[in-house]
Design a protein around this ligand. Structure first.
Ligand code: ATP
Ligand code: MN
Length: 431
């Protein structure tokens, strides 16, 4: 007899199989009772009929608790009314572990803080399970996209000697006799990667000591950062757009049942289509003006500004050509208007905010040295970075896509903490 998973039951219609899982729920109607089994790949209704299974298994009904682990054998039957289209006619139930204590997460309402403290168990529940499955699909799609387009994975280090995105959100630590920091972004190393391989990317955790408690910020999050040589701002936006449409298409292809569990409005995701609108910072400011939203020119957009701008469109909008002071030291300046930096942010629809930040990099060594000084940064740790401009410098661009913000948008979850298995925020380091 084969041991199978619920997801693959359709290949075993009419056969006797064994499924290893956990008790999700059970209910009784006299001579028949139903065990709803969970195995991590799906849910299955198992029908336990007096006389059709062994007596010991039939009598288990009163003795099974939620999340008891069980191995169930039975015959796979087509049942259009059941979730997944199949049910199991039970022959035997083997209890692996009977949970003597009541499982902390029941069907009644629990507060989010309680659920977060039980995150190690909460991820078994239907909604959280679906979000993390979609996260898995998004990660796979990202890797496939770069693989299909000849990017080479160049892992950036996590311990670093210098800041990338400003010193206010740096985690500092003791590194033998020196100070080190946890990386905020792998980008600078990807610039070396792009010069070595043409196109490279890294995909790993980054760390920012975010003191503000917003629903969009974690202290540890995952970012994918591609970098392309011989690539200008517009070509960079082409890459951003094709990556995002590829991921959305793949999620729609492979995650329909998860999106249904999440009650996600799928029409909104299907409406995401190339080409995405591309507007300048100035044009974005005009949109705010037209909507009577107060805004100081020269500032970065706040969450409510981003929502007002993105509400104009069905697809994500790319805002480019920013006032120089809003962007990091490595951004290239617009050759026609020196007050503008060739940065670009992509804002997701439906109020999910900035999901990608990127731009064309400064490739002139003299200008770069000047801006490092202007930002009050020490030159010494950037010597290797300046080498990239000394030896065969070329126009190059790249971007960083924040995985959790992207998952939040795709899943339609309001808070980013549900989009990563074990979130880290200022207030939470456990579980
Ligand atoms: P914000 O202004 O929203 O804090 P940022 O300008 O600091 O974002 P970037 O430095 O451009 O963001 O980082 C690239 C991407 O990483 C962002 O577009 C976003 O998707 C993601 N990101 C940034 N900070 C966080 C965070 N604290 N938690 C989760 N994702 C983040
Ligand atoms: Mn930030």
């Amino acid at each position: 007899m084969e041991t199978v998973t619920i997801k693959n039951l359709k290949d075993f219609e009419g056969q006797e199989v064994k499924i290893n899982g956990w008790v999700y729920n059970r209910r009784s109607i006299g001579k028949v009772w139903f065990l709803i089994l969970r195995d991590g790949t799906g849910l299955l209704q198992c029908v336990v009929v007096d006389g059709e299974c062994d007596l010991e298994s039939f009598q288990l009904e009163q003795n099974l608790n939620q999340e008891d682990s069980v191995s169930v054998t039975g015959v796979v039957k087509k049942e259009p009314r059941a979730v997944g289209g199949f049910e199991l006619g039970v022959k035997n139930i083997d209890v692996i572990n009977h949970t003597s204590n009541e499982y902390p997460i029941s069907n009644k309402e629990h507060g989010t803080d309680f659920l977060m403290s039980n995150r190690h168990l909460w991820i078994r529940s239907k909604r959280q399970n679906s979000i993390l499955r979609i996260r898995h699909q998004i990660i796979k799609s990202i890797r496939d996209f770069f693989d299909n387009n000849d990017f080479i994975l160049v892992d950036s280090p996590i311990f670093t000697g210098n800041a990338v995105e400003g010193t206010t959100t740096l985690f500092e630590l003791k590194y033998f006799e020196k100070k080190a920091y946890l990386t905020q972004s792998g980008q600078l190393y990807q610039e070396a990667g792009a010069m070595a391989f043409g196109k490279s990317y890294c995909f790993g955790p980054v760390f920012r000591a975010e003191k503000s408690k917003t629903r969009r910020h974690l202290t540890e999050f995952w970012m994918v950062e591609p970098e392309m040589s011989y690539c200008d701002l517009n070509q960079n936006m082409d890459w951003m757009e094709s990556l995002v449409t590829y991921i959305i298409d793949e999620v729609l292809k492979h995650c329909q049942s998860e999106l249904i569990v999440l009650e996600r409005n799928i029409d909104k995701l299907e409406a995401v289509k190339s080409p995405f609108p591309r507007i300048t910072y100035d044009e974005a400011v005009d949109i705010l003006k037209q909507n009577n939203i107060e805004f100081t020119y020269g500032k970065d957009f706040g969450a409510s500004d981003e929502t007002a701008i993105s509400n104009q469109y069905e697809s994500p909008v790319m805002i480019h050509s920013w006032p120089v002071d809003t962007k990091a030291f490595y951004m290239k300046r617009d050759e026609i208007n020196n007050n503008l930096a060739l940065g670009v942010d992509m804002i997701a629809p439906e109020g999910y905010g900035e999901i990608v930040g990127g731009g064309q990099r400064e490739d002139n060594i003299d200008i770069l040295i000047e801006t490092i000084r202007h930002h009050d940064l020490p030159l010494k740790p950037f010597e290797w970075y300046l080498d990239l401009r000394k030896y065969g410098s070329v126009p190059h661009s790249g971007f960083g896509l924040g995985l959790e913000r992207f998952v939040a948008w795709v899943c339609g979850t309001k808070h980013i903490r549900e989009t990563i298995p074990f979130p880290r925020t200022m207030a939470r380091l456990e579980p």
